[in-house]
Design a protein around this ligand. Structure first.
Ligand code: PMP
Length: 456
């Protein structure tokens, strides 16, 4: 094999990979930072430079990097067996045990069973298929439509993408699946209706109800939403929104699906995002924090209402009443042991409480520098899921001209200073490991403060 003559090309091999959501020509000019190692809330590049992991991997490394308990669980499972399928009459011990653990974690929400897959998109896909098949089994096959929110992010596979409400991600793949509809999201900072959060929460729940009535309730299978919208820009709904949504769904017998891929397992300061809003969904969708990304894993959970439709004593119905869906890596033993060890850590160290505490402090510190910098329009979030939106004009909230790349310039300056943050257009996403300390929060805000001062 001939060696690439470009300096650093061996380290930044951008020629042979198509990176997600990235242009290959852009990356050859701005090579990605190659992370080699991680410990706790820090990661290191090939030169040994240390970075504070403000993005927590991709909002998934809830317990931090390099946790011995998880590595040990994976090693021990590798010594037993690395893979065995849970299809067609076989199963494996870690998947069975994790299903028990997850039902315990979600007992308050009433989840009865779990369906395993390999990530958030797959877990959403499974939820929508489960919802559609559920309605078939209970004799209402017309109920097939899935309603979601504008600015929602549910994944990239065609079903999950069809539920997304972020236009640039949808546009290249139109037409998307029929029967997916988006309604208004309760975005307090950016909406044309009202500045009163409670009024906005009520209005958006009413708009959902109007849409269900417009579509015809007998055609609607489910409504899906994130307890706090993530990739749409960290949008925290008013406290009355989810309870009102539950009422709307109940009135029209529509299933309520909570996409807890980011919010599940502590990130927003409660064990579950739905719990923060005091709502019991019919299905919950998990990935990311379920095992802090040590091995890919997704999980779709459903309550007895949904699961019982698949239960029958009539042998003639066994195959038609099976949930006709499944991926090879469903219930992968290595991913499942990693999840069991990960959830034990979250529980033992009460990381959801730490996320609430340190998250509130981090928000306060970010708000304290808001007045000083001309571009910080809004600081919003819940627990350790925080967004900082940059604007051209604070008074009018006029967005920045995206071609100026202000967000990217600030995240580059932070990186230089040893802090990793992700900018989605001009909103910074802050989602560090839930083990973050007050000192880590100070280190991060100081870096952002300096980067902003350079720009100002
Ligand atoms: N749902 C939500 C709320 C997400 O944030 C994401 C990914 N960021 C997904 C689903 C898709 O997960 P994955 O990338 O693992 O397919």
């Amino acid at each position: 094999m001939t060696k690439d003559p470009r300096p650093g090309a061996d380290q930044h091999d951008v020629r042979h990979m198509l990176y997600p959501f990235a242009n290959p020509s852009h990356l050859s000019r701005h090579p990605p930072l190659v992370i080699e190692r991680g410990a706790g809330v820090y990661v290191y590049d090939g030169n040994g430079k240390r970075y504070l992991d403000g993005q927590g991997g991709l909002w998934n490394v809830n317990v931090g990097h390099g946790r011995e308990e998880i590595k040990e669980a994976i090693r021990a499972q590798l010594d037993r067996i690395s893979f065995y399928s849970i299809f067609g009459g076989t199963s494996n011990r870690p998947a069975i045990e994790l299903a028990d653990v997850l039902c315990r974690w979600t007992a308050q929400e009433g989840m009865a069973r779990v369906f395993f897959s390999s990530g958030g998109s797959e877990a959403n896909e499974a939820a929508y298929k489960l919802a559609r098949q559920y309605w078939r089994q209970v004799g209402q096959p017309m109920r097939h439509k899935i309603i979601s929110l504008k600015r929602a992010y549910h994944g990239v596979t065609l079903g999950a993408l069809s539920a997304n409400g972020i236009t640039p991600y949808r546009a290249p793949f139109e037409p998307l699946l029929a029967g997916f509809i988006q309604v208004e999201t309760p975005h307090v900072y950016r909406n044309p209706f009202t500045t009163d959060p409670q009024a906005l929460g009520r209005l958006c729940a009413q708009l959902l109800e109007r849409e269900i009535e417009f579509q015809g309730p007998d055609s609607v299978a489910a409504f899906v939403a994130e307890p706090v919208q993530g990739a749409g820009g960290v949008i925290v709904p008013p406290a009355n929104f989810w309870p009102l949504v539950r009422e709307v769904c109940d009135r029209h017998r529509v299933l309520l699906i909570a996409d807890e891929v980011v919010t599940g397992f502590g990130r927003i300061g409660s064990e579950m995002g739905s719990r923060l809003w005091g709502v019991k969904p019919d299905m919950m969708v998990f990935a990311k924090g379920i095992n802090s990304g040590y091995i890919p894993l997704g999980a779709t959970m459903a309550n007895a209402r949904v699961c019982d439709a698949f239960v029958t004593t009539d042998e003639a119905l066994f195959s038609s009443n099976a949930f006709l869906h499944g991926n090879t890596y469903a219930g992968h033993p290595l991913a499942c042991v990693a999840a069991i060890a990960n959830l034990e850590i979250i529980e033992k160290e009460k990381l959801h409480l730490n996320a609430g505490k340190v998250g509130a402090y981090l928000m306060e510190r970010l708000q304290s520098i808001q007045d000083k910098h001309r571009y910080i329009g809004d600081v919003r979030g819940q627990g350790l899921m925080i967004g900082v939106e940059l604007v051209a004009d604070k008074k009018t909230r006029a967005p920045l001209d995206l071609s100026l790349n202000v967000g990217a310039r600030i995240s580059d300056a932070c990186r230089e200073a040893g802090v990793l943050l992700r900018n989605l257009a001009d909103t910074f996403i802050i989602s560090p490991p839930l083990t973050f300390t007050h000192a880590n929060a100070d280190e991060m805000v100081d870096a952002i403060d300096d980067a902003m001062s350079q720009l100002d």
